[in-house]
Write a protein that binds this ligand. Structure first.
Ligand SMILES: [Mg+2]
Length: 318
């Protein structure tokens, strides 16, 4: 049985998580949510943990950033497969007494603000979830995201073919650079807002691009672990290799951050060499960075010198 603080929390979330018209017919309030996807659409599902001390720190991340990032990670997975979000479910475990302290209540409100802000911006209704007391003193959040795509038209990471051109969206390395800055000056971004450009604190999942790519791309993956690691995943699943031209990488940060820095949440995708790609989709640059090869090796070319690109996306440690 939830205690008073939790009931108040659920009531306030429910009041703010309005059900927009769409696949969600019934949201928070009954025993289950009810979804009715469009005819001839499949449902795609992804889940992500956001654990204090592992994915965010209360002394580094503004609460709104922790909430935004909790949802952004799952939305980026939907984007990678060309899906449109239809509902999110949030389970939140809070250390005992969190909601009895003003600072704790404020943190939880900030987290929900950040999460619902991105939910609204991306048309993702929060349709249910659970709250509980965490056994320890860390905040634990788990999010389930459902999306839909026309039947059989979703994008996979396993369908790249030798000769395909390799592309990436946006600018790489910004999230890793911002995390580095945050670790040096934890209070530096305490007044940041989701509307500012903050690639680590407030990443923007590429949902519109993913949906557009359904008819343009042959394969896609989102860059959550770093370009080198996620390219290795795509090559492994497609049983191909790749060669990247270092000079073409879209970056303003050091090359190693663009290649290996995690959490950019951009899309890495392949398209037939004959497919004409726009220079930008929805204002976001699309950059041709290399080619898919038959040989299983992943190479990087610096002025024509080809060397193996070793996947080195870091597991970020907070
Ligand atoms: Mg992913």
């Amino acid at each position: 049985m939830p205690h008073t603080g939790e009931l108040d929390l659920i009531r306030s979330i429910r009041a703010r998580a309005a059900t927009p018209p769409g696949a969600l017919r019934l949201g928070i309030g009954d025993d289950c949510a009810v979804l009715r996807p469009l005819a001839n659409h499949d449902i795609l599902v992804t889940t992500d943990f956001s654990l204090e001390g592992r994915h965010f720190r209360r002394d580094w991340h503004p609460a709104a950033s922790a909430g935004h990032r909790c949802l952004a990670r799952g939305l980026s997975d939907l984007a990678a497969m060309g899906a449109k979000p239809i509902a999110a479910f949030l389970s939140l475990a809070l250390p005992a007494g969190t909601l009895r302290k003003a600072a704790g209540r404020q943190w939880v409100e900030g987290f929900i603000d950040g999460l619902l802000g991105l939910a609204k911006a991306t048309g993702t209704p929060l349709a249910g979830g659970d709250t509980s007391t965490a056994p320890g003193d860390h905040i634990l959040a788990d999010i389930v995201l459902l999306g839909s795509a026309p039947r059989g038209k979703e994008l996979h990471r396993s369908t790249a073919y030798p000769g395909d051109a390799l592309y990436v969206t946006g600018i790489l390395g910004g999230a890793a650079a911002e995390l580095e800055a945050l670790s040096n000056h934890p209070k530096r971004f305490s007044r940041s807002s989701p509307t500012d450009n903050h690639p680590h604190l407030y990443p923007q999942p590429r949902l519109a691009i993913g949906q557009r790519l359904r008819t343009l791309a042959t394969a896609a993956i989102d860059i959550s672990d770093g370009l080198s690691t996620d390219l290795a995943h795509l090559c492994e699943e497609s049983n191909v290799g790749a060669i990247i031209d270092a000079a073409t990488l879209p970056r303003i940060e050091a090359e190693h951050l663009a290649l290996h820095g995690g959490e950019d949440y951009e899309l890495l995708f392949t398209a037939k060499a004959s497919t004409k790609l726009p220079k930008r989709i929805g204002g976001i640059p699309i950059t041709h960075i290399g080619t898919i090869t038959k040989n299983r090796a992943i190479l990087i070319s610096h002025s024509g010198n080809e060397t193996p690109l070793v996947p080195a996306g870091w597991e970020h440690q907070l």
